[in-house]
Ligand binder design. Structure first.
Ligand code: NZQ
Ligand code: ZN
Length: 391
């Protein structure tokens, strides 16, 4: 095991009706005036926003709304939220929604706590971040894991770049996780969430240093749970047990499945390049290229792919055919849950080679970083992967 620090300070309040505890939680964390950040309207239509506001009112906490976060949240929205937060003198940011909303809330918290500092400079680490406002989250989709994670992702629409910021200051102080809140999700978004949760685990699993059995066992158990629960959730959208498993796995996949080893988020880099340019749903971008990535790298560590096939898919046979079948079963599963397994499946057609070259440069920061630890990938390699996925 490599050296690691484990500290996930987010208090989790899990289960039915837990959104009603929102006011108490904000109060406990000293919030007196709250900026409620939410997305395109699902939380208003479902009545959740009203329940959250009622819970704040019960504790005598005042609030202002800041709605309109889009999937793949934009820098300009976060800047608008910062302006509002400062003008209104808020001292707590409450995200009600999914990963996009929670990430926007984290960005707004950083900006509001640092008036006069450019948010993008904070994001690109030109300005160091030493303070922020407290953020709480009421989660409505099991996917990104942002409710407990140390990261947040923003798209700068001026530069067309989608970038993550990792810092302990990104961790929400509490996360309210009521699986019933996910019953209103469209099937496609459930599929995106499942793909994303799996990918957060797979990206930490296919790395060269594998001497960490406990971390492996957690990752494999989590993957099996997500695969089974995902199937159940797709059959019955109000299956509380299945939705509970997905919700808990969404958080754990971002905090537990890679301890004691390096983290490799290469498929995410490819996905972010696609999302930044075509505004596709995050989980779908990952599913669309994972197969091409796996077929490009698998021969560098056949034993690992075979181990994955055995532990997660129950495939026991010679290493080479097991490794191959593990990849095929994963791709077939993505198809089963309605996820694209090629670029055209994202609804953006088959792309021109010039576009693929630009995407490969975006994913590798103009060929300055190598992706994937088991087979380091240059922009040229990433281009080959995009070409493989481009049908
Ligand atoms: O905006 P509303 O109207 O709420 O609709 C959303 C949105 O259209 C809808 N939705 C969410 N909960 C719903 C619902 N619709 C009906 N009923 C509900 N209960 O679903 C759509 C997608 O929401 P979004 O928040 O974008 O989904 P997700 O949680 O997948 O977040 C994706 C974002 O998170 C980032 C991604 O890059 C992407 O920008 N990520 C954040 C990470 C982090 N902070 O740790 C890590 C991840 O790897 C990921 O990169
Ligand atoms: Zn992700």
């Amino acid at each position: 095991m490599q050296k690691f620090t484990y500290c996930v300070p987010t208090e989790i309040i899990f289960g039915k009706d837990t959104e009603r505890e929102c006011g108490k939680m904000v109060k406990r964390h000293g919030g007196k005036k709250v900026l409620i950040v939410y997305g395109g309207g699902s939380v208003r239509h479902s009545g959740l926003l009203e329940r959250v506001e009622h819970s704040l009112e019960e504790e005598g906490i005042s609030y202002v709304e800041c709605g309109g976060v889009t999937p793949n949240p934009r820098l300009s929205f976060a800047e608008m939220g910062v302006k509002k937060g400062i003008e209104e003198g808020v001292d707590f940011i409450l995200a009600v929604g999914g990963g996009s909303t929670i990430d926007a809330a984290k960005a707004i918290a950083h900006g509001t706590a640092n008036p006069g500092v450019s948010l993008w400079d904070i994001w690109t680490k030109k300005e160091s971040l030493t303070k922020t406002l407290k953020v709480g989250a009421v989660l409505t989709i099991s996917a990104a894991g942002s409710e407990t994670s140390d990261s947040a992702v923003l798209t700068n629409e001026a530069t067309g770049k989608k970038l993550g910021l990792g810092t302990e200051l990104n961790r929400p102080v509490f996360a309210i996780m009521n699986p019933e809140l996910t019953y209103t999700l469209p099937k496609y978004q459930i599929g995106c969430g499942i793909a994303d949760i799996m990918m957060h685990t797979l990206e930490r699993y296919f790395i060269p240093d594998q001497k960490n059995r406990m971390t492996d066992e957690i990752a494999e158990g989590l993957l099996r749970t997500v695969i089974d629960s995902g199937r159940m959730a797709m059959k019955r959208l109000d299956d509380y047990d299945a939705m509970s498993e997905l919700m808990w796995c969404g958080s754990l996949s971002h905090n537990l499945t890679g301890l004691g080893r390096e983290k490799d988020f290469s498929v995410h880099k490819l996905g972010h390049a696609l999302s930044a340019r075509f505004d596709c749903a995050h989980g779908a971008t990952l599913a669309s290229v994972w197969g091409a990535w796996a077929w490009y790298v698998w021969e560098r560590d056949i034993a690992r792919f075979a181990h994955y096939a055995k532990q997660v898919w129950g495939i026991e046979r010679d290493e080479i055919s097991a490794a191959k079948e593990g990849i095929e079963r994963t791709i077939a599963y993505f198809e089963e849950i309605g996820m694209p397994t090629s670029i055209s499946g994202l609804g953006i057609g088959v792309l021109e080679d010039e576009t693929l070259k630009e995407l490969a440069l975006d994913a590798t920061m103009n060929d300055t970083v190598r992706l994937s630890l088991i087979r380091p990938l240059s922009a040229e390699d990433v281009l080959e992967i995009f070409r493989k996925a481009n049908y």
